[in-house]
Design a protein around this ligand. Structure first.
Ligand SMILES: [Zn+2]
Length: 280
């Protein structure tokens, strides 16, 4: 009986450890940026608030792969549905699951997908990864599956097909709704406050070279951080700037804060294979 009680206590203790920050194992991950497309001649003023309207840039469309501890975690999933190729000029497209396979894991090997936000170019490809557990902020999910489509709501950049997909993940039992700042996997944390969308999140990952922050669209370009300028599309510019400051603090070095669409990511870090760079 005593042995059983001890065993039950041990099980109880084990169950509490994955979310308790004090119990975080010293997990170390490899982190990769994977480019799956380019959107040419994108207006910088659409990315950096107040930028010269004449400036254009070929933006990189990327997803980020985190490998370690038996997991292949994808941060964002790109897009592939046909409607986006009608409304956007897309160059050098590789379907996101194929682009990820170039970095190593096959689509069925992706264990987790962290969606930074519900925009088409970040969330649309989530159903290309059939075995993945999907992580999104609870407030992001609730807003874009509901109030965003009501009078006074804002659903810019959200595709109805992707809303259906997210609801499908939920009814299939694959969706994890994250409530604010949390450690969601050993050592991997998400943070809100960037306010690119209703409740966009960014991610920190412990690596051999320190903590890497994957900002996603909460910081479009290096220029946002360097000039301390908010992103051009945000629900709250003050909150976005505060989040950028926090990203620097979490990473400990601005070089380890990785923006979502800056083509310089592909040249600032060593290339593993064309379209894939290692960030740690
Ligand atoms: Zn976005």
């Amino acid at each position: 009986m005593f042995a059983l009680a001890c065993w039950l206590m041990a099980i109880g203790a084990w169950q509490t450890t994955p979310t308790a920050s004090s119990q975080s194992p010293t997990a170390i991950y490899e982190v990769y940026a994977i480019r799956y497309a380019v959107l040419p001649d994108f207006s910088v003023a659409g990315l950096v608030a107040g930028a010269d309207g004449q400036r254009k840039i070929d933006i990189a469309m990327m997803v980020w792969l985190i490998r370690g501890g038996g997991r292949n975690v994808l941060v964002d999933t790109g897009f592939y549905r046909p409607q986006f190729f009608k409304s956007w000029k897309v160059r050098d497209f590789v379907r996101p699951d194929d682009a990820v396979a170039h970095a190593g894991p096959r689509s069925q090997d992706i264990t987790d997908v962290i969606l930074s936000h519900a925009h088409w170019d970040h969330a649309d490809g989530a159903d290309l990864f059939p075995k993945a557990q999907i992580w999104i902020q609870k407030d992001e999910y609730r807003y874009y599956t509901s109030d965003a489509w009501q009078p006074g709501g804002n659903h810019g950049g959200i595709d109805p097909d992707d809303v259906q997909m997210l609801v499908g993940f939920n009814t299939a039992g694959r969706l994890h709704l994250v409530d604010g700042d949390q450690e969601i996997l050993p050592g991997i944390r998400v943070y809100t406050g960037g306010r690119h969308t209703y409740a966009s999140q960014y991610v920190s990952v412990p690596t051999r070279s320190g903590t890497i922050v994957l900002a996603s669209d909460n910081m479009y370009l290096y220029e946002n951080l360097e000039k301390h300028t908010p992103i051009a599309q945000t629900f709250d510019t003050a909150s976005n700037l505060k989040a950028q400051d926090r990203m620097k603090e979490i990473a400990g070095d601005p070089k380890r804060v990785v923006p979502a669409h800056d083509p310089a990511v592909m040249t600032r870090f060593p290339q593993v294979t064309p379209g894939v760079v290692r960030l740690d």
